[in-house]
Ligand binder design. Structure first.
Ligand SMILES: *Cc1c(COP(=O)(O)O)cnc(C)c1O
Length: 380
């Protein structure tokens, strides 16, 4: 896929180098974990190292934020989870403001809008941004448009630049949940989005061992307001979590390349398989070819048969583990209708293609031949 020009240093160099402390007294080449809740002050109100308290600022978290910001040539703030990042961002809104949200988003995103913010007076509307209808003008009270691309689990690709234009025409911000693609494959801020939002739990940390979230923006005023909210709301990551996410980030570019290569091999093996009804992958999307640098590690497949056929298939798998979440080095498989998307009414789910026979694969970075063999043997 197309590669975009970026300022020197390149993405890989920034992923490996950004956030390395230049002033560490021992010359540590990776930021230490600063497990201190409070910091000494030289005079009242003058903290020695720029932070007086770890909710307000922590050097390990700063190193992670510097690195994440560098990956998108913006400024990053990190949070205790992806949903904590979203919650903090939604605090930019006030009662009576409207959020126009892509309908096919992470379950917790809809839950937060419908069950937490709507009762507080935020208006919420859903649109299908893969259809033309979605591009009719936004109501004038729209303050924020929220999309996720590629979508979960049907890997629908949304044209970020086009949604950014729609949002900005109404004076609304655009937030893109970039958890699926990661900044290695997609740069929402380059496409005109105001915020890239992440669950760092997934590919960014990459090892299924930490829960975290982040927001990246290039707007200095919005950054300052969000930084204020980060402290005022208080949903910050622990120093250990910041350390783990930063360590994962160092290999993001390599992992995303391997995830994408392995996913393409899985797709190749399954696309014309007689026991597979349909394969969903980003490689068929013209928008993805422009907007993404590679195809990514997420694949969904609809199996022939019924729910029991699917259960048999899942039980025969030896490498792919049945679990929620995605984006770790190990291959996982998920049954959206009964796991991540169980909250949606059955008819509504099935109309959208989330059937009892749909499975979502997070293709890991094991040997691709072993992965393909595991799937083919379980299908046989
Ligand atoms: C997991 C996920 C979230 C929520 O993140 P948490 O870290 O679980 O709070 C948000 N959006 C997407 C796309 C996700 O996959």
């Amino acid at each position: 896929m197309t590669s975009k020009k970026h300022s020197i240093p390149s993405f890989a160099t920034r992923a490996v180098q950004a956030g390395i402390p230049k002033t560490d007294p021992y010359g540590a080449v990776h930021p230490p974990i600063y497990y201190a809740s409070t910091f000494r002050q030289i005079r009242p109100g003058e903290p020695l190292g720029g932070t007086e308290y770890s909710r307000t600022g922590n050097p390990t978290r700063w190193a992670l934020e510097e690195a994440l910001g560098a990956l998108e040539e913006g400024k990053a703030l990190t949070f205790a989870s992806g949903l904590a990042a979203m919650d903090t961002l939604l605090h930019l809104l006030k009662k009576g403001d409207r959020v126009v949200c892509e309908e096919d988003v992470y379950a917790g995103t809809r839950r937060m809008l419908d069950q937490v913010f709507a009762p507080l007076g935020i208006r919420v509307e859903y649109r299908d941004f893969s259809s033309e209808d979605a591009f009719s003008p936004l109501p004038p009270d729209t303050r924020l448009v929220w999309v996720e691309t590629p979508t979960n689990p049907l890997l629908k690709v949304i044209d970020i630049a086009r949604v950014a234009e729609l949002a900005h025409r109404s004076g609304a911000w655009l937030a893109v949940d970039n958890t699926f693609a990661t900044p290695a494959l997609q740069q929402p801020l380059d496409e005109g989005a105001d915020f890239s939002v992440y669950s760092t739990t997934k590919y960014l940390s990459g090892h299924s061992d930490v829960v975290g979230g982040a927001i990246v923006t290039r707007d200095a005023t919005l950054y300052e307001r969000l930084k204020y909210l980060q402290n005022a709301v208080g949903a910050v990551p622990s120093p250990m979590d910041a350390f783990l996410i930063l360590r994962g980030l160092r290999t993001l570019h390599l992992r995303m390349k391997a995830h994408s290569e392995n996913a393409r091999k899985v797709v190749e093996a399954l696309r014309d398989h007689p026991r597979i009804r349909r394969v969903y992958y980003t490689d068929t999307s013209p928008v993805a070819q422009r907007q993404m640098r590679d195809t990514g590690g997420m694949v969904s497949v609809d199996l022939q048969g019924d729910f029991e056929t699917v259960v048999t298939f899942l039980q025969r798998l030896k490498i792919f583990q049945l679990a929620e979440s995605f984006g770790g080095v190990e291959s996982l498989i998920n049954h959206p209708a009964r796991m991540t998307h169980a909250y949606r009414p059955r008819e509504d789910r099935e109309n959208r293609g989330v059937t009892e026979t749909l499975l979502r694969l997070s293709v890991g970075i094991e040997d691709p031949e072993d992965l393909v063999q595991d799937l083919l043997e379980a299908l046989a």
